[in-house]
Write a protein of this length. Structure first.
Length: 275
């Protein structure tokens, strides 16, 4: 991606600052430095009642992205346990950690969107908050996207050797097959929470609940290219799943028809040129 370099400012003979302003200069410089330090990557993690997993996951993410310019944005979706307290305490240990908290529970998609809206980097990486996505895979997806052309908007993870129950894997395989057949997005595992995408591209998409399962189709609809890479998958060590097979099926029926309608109403100009 090409970055525009601002034109150098002309030096002018500025009048000396009043003593009052000079006295507050250290605090002002500190604020300015934080605001201007834009990270290359923002790792967004939605969490709901994940007190047993969230702190360890944050430390793993910090270790995986060590040596890069990044931030973590954990979005607490009105958890009922000690998730928020543990993450707030962890900020002293991990200065790159930011914590946002919903006032009311709003679901995974809204939590992801809240984190993306707050993210300061142009590239966003999402992971599920239960610890089943391996943070060690995240930098690889992020760097591949960063090195790609501007029209490559997303690289999604595809879980290998899934560590879920047989019923969950069968339901997921069936759902992905039906979705791919209807939407023709080429995705075989849209349920994988580990994804890297361009923030600007995501914000161009029409938002609805459960949008995180339809990002490949919606990115293609907007005229972007997408890619996929295999990623690790781990057992859930703590907590319980917030979804059931029936719950997913019930939501996916209306969502599928909605996304098909959006596809049918899309018109792509192929870009725009200013003249």
């Amino acid at each position: 991606m090409t970055e525009k370099t601002p034109a150098p400012r002309r030096k002018t003979a500025a009048a000396p600052k009043p003593p009052a302003k000079a006295a507050s200069a250290p605090a002002s410089r500190g604020v300015a430095k934080a605001a201007s330090s834009t990270p290359d990557f923002s790792v967004v993690v939605p969490v709901f009642d994940e007190g047993g997993a969230a702190p360890a996951l944050a430390r793993e993410i910090a270790g995986a992205f060590k040596g890069t310019n990044f931030e973590m944005v954990f979005v607490n979706d009105a958890s009922r346990d000690n998730t928020l307290a543990l993450l707030t305490e962890l900020k002293a240990e991990l200065p790159m950690l930011r914590v946002l908290s919903h006032r009311k529970n709003a679901g995974q998609s809204r939590s992801i969107r809240t984190g993306i809206l707050a993210a300061r980097a142009s590239i966003v990486i999402t992971l599920d908050g239960d610890g089943q996505n391996d943070p060690a895979d995240a930098p690889r997806l992020a760097l591949a996207l960063q090195a790609g052309a501007d029209d490559l908007a997303m690289i999604g993870g595809e879980r290998v050797k899934r560590q879920d129950s047989a019923a969950k894997k069968i339901a997921s395989r069936f759902g992905n097959g039906v979705r791919n057949w209807l939407l023709k997005d080429g995705a075989t595992d849209t349920g994988c929470g580990l994804k890297a995408f361009r923030r600007e591209a995501f914000l161009r998409l029409p938002y609805f609940d459960h949008i995180h399962r339809y990002l490949p189709a919606l990115m293609i609809r907007e005229g972007y290219r997408i890619g996929f890479q295999p990623v690790n998958h781990r057992h859930r060590e703590t907590g319980v799943s917030k979804y059931t097979n029936f719950g997913r099926l019930k939501a996916s029926v209306s969502d599928l028809f909605g996304v098909m309608w959006l596809q049918s109403r899309a018109r792509n100009p192929g870009g725009a040129d200013e003249v």
